[in-house]
Design a protein around this ligand. Sequence first.
Ligand code: NAD
Length: 356
Amino acid sequence: MQIPAERLTNLAQTIFQRAGAEDAAAAQVAEKLIEANLFGHDSHGVGMVPAYVLGIEQKELKPGGGLSVEHDRGSFLLVNGNADFGQVIAKAAMELAIERAKELGVVVLGLKNSYHIGRVGAWAEMGAAAGFISIHYVNVLSLNSVVAPYGGSDSRFSTNPYCTALPAGRGADPIVLDMATSRVAMGKVRVAHNKGEKMMPDALIDNAGNPTDDPSVMFAEPKGALRSMGLHKGYGLAVICEALAGAFTGGGVFGSEGVPQGRIVNNMLAILIDPDAFGQRAAFDAEVEEFTAWVKASPPAPGVEEVMLPGDPERKSKVERLANGIPIDDTTFEDLLAAGEAVGLDRGEAMRIVGN
Ligand code: NAD
């Protein structure tokens, strides 16, 4: 099924409204989820709606909780998301940080205790669009850890994403490196499991620590685990994310007592830097432009269409999906309809919203 982005946004928005979210929040969350679909990251798109609805029902996600400022000292801002929608909280936190960075040239923003903030790139893009280098470390707390440490045989933390966006000089697109530190997102394992497909050979271990391509190890007890991307290097970056986003902000880390259980909590450390801080913005823009042109001029390897920069695949996906609609598999669509029904949106109405 290919559904136009606007209709899918309307459906998600209506479900959130029926679940008790205020209109503006419902619109904001829906827009960001569908943006993730447009950018090709279905694991962080409209498929999250049922999890969020369940979160509201279980009072783990608290729409309207709002952002509160816990520390405000010059370049240092620490805010609490009070378990509100991550899309609302991260936006509000970034707005505060951008305002401060405009005054001081640099901001260190700690965001703790937010519900799932979705695609981290969205917040880095906000920083870059305002003209800042935007660096983000995130940790993910929930009932279960899913990623094993390098050399370990069970999971100890989650998919801890890292992101940096560089502001576009001279009308160019920003460079946006936005990635989970696990080899693949958990959502991709679920999809493979549902379809009865195998995973790539380096993404998972079974419950004894042996590499496996069988996604069912994540759905049986005792569970297997995801592996970090880039062997020990991705693992190391995940540790840094847990420490900076979780421990430094006070948002919590796996292995510590008192960590909230059963929720999709995101904590984030964001650093915004004015690229003109050393008075060299023009040179910075010119050199990034020269370097990226040089890199992209590498002749594509066999079977590769073009050498791209981080952020390019997402922009290409957006162009294609705006033109052709967002592909939604049957299971995801059925789960969406069920989430709607759970909050009083009958199937007929949901189908009318998506135009079927
Ligand atoms: P990915 O592996 O698809 O892409 C990672 C990065 O590599 C992107 O910046 C992309 O632009 C770049 N890239 C991909 N192919 C490329 C190519 N051929 N040439 C050049 N660059 C290329 O992303 P992922 O690791 O699966 O993460 C998906 C999303 O999940 C991200 O948006 C991330 O923020 C999000 N995420 C969120 C959470 C959370 O708790 N909120 C947790 C994990 C991941």
